[in-house]
Design a protein around this ligand. Structure first.
Ligand code: HEM
Length: 259
């Protein structure tokens, strides 16, 4: 539920909007425009939000209750009035000790990091033949991991295309094309455009990219086994992030033009 859009002025006393669920999280978008988003989060005592990252800068301001935020491995006590800035991509996890309410402000989507290092280009290109050879096995494994760990994304997918493997093959082709053209993204423009339109049609959001990234990297590691050295995995992590940035930007343009 969104309380308002930027067309209307709005003021509220946050304490009056706080509503705790019996278990888990109650989140309300207070204000959203094309760039930023402000939400109120109410966590029932004992709720945990597992470690994750965001592609946007974020600010948490605690209103009431108590808990813990682990930000990049450091514990920060959450008590009323605590204000925390979390840069994009910083891993974080939340634990509510008592009922806990805070606001979360998300910044604009940050521009994609321009390019990846030459070392990453070389390593990713060197893995292209194995990615081609094992492409469908990797993407099949990636969907298996994703639907298992994030079942909520299932509703966005055409499960018939999943069952007959069409989607696995399309993703495998896209990943292989990227591996071979990582230093020539211009030549992937038509492919990116087609996928981005499909993503917008299925309501893919920027914050879902880290989920796919994590599952794809795990799948590459599972399938390549010993060939997935730390160096290879670091290169693919950097490469995926750059590709995600390309999609997020293109999709933001499509979402904005459509609205
Ligand atoms: C860099 C990362 C990604 C790549 C390379 C990628 C690739 C693709 C490709 C090749 C397609 C098929 C497009 C077509 O039908 O022509 C597709 C569709 C789709 N992707 Fe992605 N994708 C990525 C990230 C994501 C993310 C983050 C999500 C969010 C959950 C997502 C969800 C979907 C959905 C729902 C479809 C439509 C599937 C269907 O019709 O059943 N993708 N993607």
């Amino acid at each position: 539920m969104t309380i308002t859009t930027p067309n209307n002025s709005f003021n509220a006393t946050l304490q009056d909007l706080i509503e705790y669920p019996a278990n888990g999280i109650n989140s309300t978008v207070l204000l959203k425009d094309n760039n930023s988003q402000y939400s109120l989060f109410c966590l029932a005592a004992g709720t945990n939000i597992d470690e994750h990252t965001s592609t946007r800068n974020a600010v948490i301001t605690v209103i009431e209750g108590s808990g813990n935020l682990n930000l990049e491995g450091k514990d920060i006590a959450l008590t009323p009035g605590v204000f925390i800035f979390m840069p994009a991509n910083a891993p974080h996890a939340v634990q509510a000790k008592e009922n806990l309410a805070f606001t979360l402000a998300l910044s604009e989507h940050l521009p994609a990091k321009k390019g990846v290092s030459q070392k990453t280009i070389d390593i990713v290109k060197s893995t292209a033949p194995v990615i081609k050879q094992h492409g469908k096995t990797i993407t099949t494994r990636m969907y298996e991991i994703m639907f298992d760990t994030h079942p909520e994304v299932k509703s966005q997918f055409d499960m018939a295309a999943q069952a007959n493997g069409t989607q696995h093959a399309k993703l495998a082709t896209a990943v292989y094309s990227y591996a071979t053209h990582i230093d020539d993204l211009e030549s992937l423009k038509a492919m990116v455009d087609k996928i981005a339109h499909r993503h917008v049609a299925t309501h893919v959001l920027p914050e879902q990219y880290p989920i796919v990234g994590e599952c794809l990297l795990k799948a590459i590691k599972d399938v390549l086994g010993d060939a997935a050295t730390e160096e290879v995995m670091t290169a693919w992590a950097e490469a995926y992030q750059a590709l995600a940035g390309v999609f997020i930007n293109r999709e933001q343009q499509i979402y904005q033009n459509a609205s």
